[in-house]
Design a protein around this ligand. Sequence first.
Ligand code: DLL
Length: 448
Amino acid sequence: MNSTPSPKPEPADPSQLDAAELLGRDELEALQLTRLRHTLAWAYERVPMYRRKFDESGIHPSDLRELADLAKFPYTTKEDLRREYPFGMFAVPRSEVVRIHASSGTTGRPTVVGYTGNDIAMWASLVARSMRASGVRPGMIVHNAYGYGLFTGGLGAHYGAEALGTTVVPMSGGQTEKQVQLIQDFEPDAIMCTPTYLLTIMDAMARRGIDPRTTSLKFAVCGAEPWTEEMRRELETGMDLDACDIYGLSEVMGPGVAGECVETKDGNHIWEDHFIPEIVDPLDHATVLPGGQQGELVFTSLTKEALPIIRYRTGDLSSLLPGTARPSMRRMTRISGRSDDMIILRGVNLFPSQIEEIALRIPALSPHFQLELTRTGHLDEMTIHIEPRENTTPEDRVAAASTLKQQVKSYIGSTCTVDIAAPGSLARSNGKLRRVYDNRPAEPPVRN
Ligand code: DLL
């Protein structure tokens, strides 16, 4: 059990890294070009949708001479995948597909993805790589609280944990009391779950009289939803562990497209030996933006067999930065939000993560909040329902509400109402937390 603060986390020994993590940028790009040529041809020859789209754009896989030529190929969207529901995107006979996953698909058909045995092995190796970067080592016990099932989180993390050589506890999401019990009993070194679910577990421990800083947990590998540096601090100090980010999406593979290094904690390194990232203008999609600029992340797979994905528009807003702990692999900045999660309030664009960032800097406020959007007449309104920290006085809470309102106005430019909710009254996360409740009528207001 930890009783003193953890020492500074150690980077992985270079001898334990995958060979590709140590390549120079030129060698990496040469590998990317070879793999990209193969993938474009593979997709064109085997998936009618790609053949049609390439032909319509007047482009052929043989037109790829250098990596920059990728920008001449058409994008793939979620709509393309939905149209091919269920198995039209597969580049191998269905009998060679060993696993199916699907997105939750809150609206419309879900998107279905498939994997060959090689795809599963590649995916497991990249989740293992991400976990190792985040401090997890062979021989550790890993408590996996990502949901098992069609969601890629549970099984993706599970296979990665096995590939790394850890002992995995396949807990899945939910049953929070049982999670707390098993963490007490099995003494895992690491936990994998969404950041908001880790918060739920942390609170459940405290409710049971367990100091969350005294458990065996030393590392958390959190992803699947946006979170902020403020949330990282909340989890790390509240549980005395190192929390790193992990990114991915089912259409591109699942968790492990990119992972964060524990020694630098400066954003996810994209595993560029398997995926090429681009940032494009989220409005016109025509322009590929240079390094450092914020836009929509687009990914191309380089080694996938069952579902090669070419220039997939993720809807996630980020920017690309040079590598640090893995110098040849670029990093992506934290996802500020998905383009479709963006709230447009009286002409101002905002993301729930911006509210998280501001609220968590106010000592009397907890990380438990929801955003409710309503419309009165022609005016959109946002109410932030947020729980206070325990042991705060009614005066602290009133003052915190007014600070939050002021700071949302000055940092984001939106006027809002703040409702200090009763402690424990807001829905808790079981996985990906829903932050926004949009109760505005479907029709946009008439503009003068
Ligand atoms: O959420 C895969 C995953 C599982 C990633 C476990 C990490 C850990 P989907 O359900 O297809 O796949 O959702 C993908 O989730 O496009 C992002 O909007 C969001 N997302 C995933 N990871 C992060 C992250 C999984 N680290 C969608 N930060 C993506 C912010 C994330 N958003």
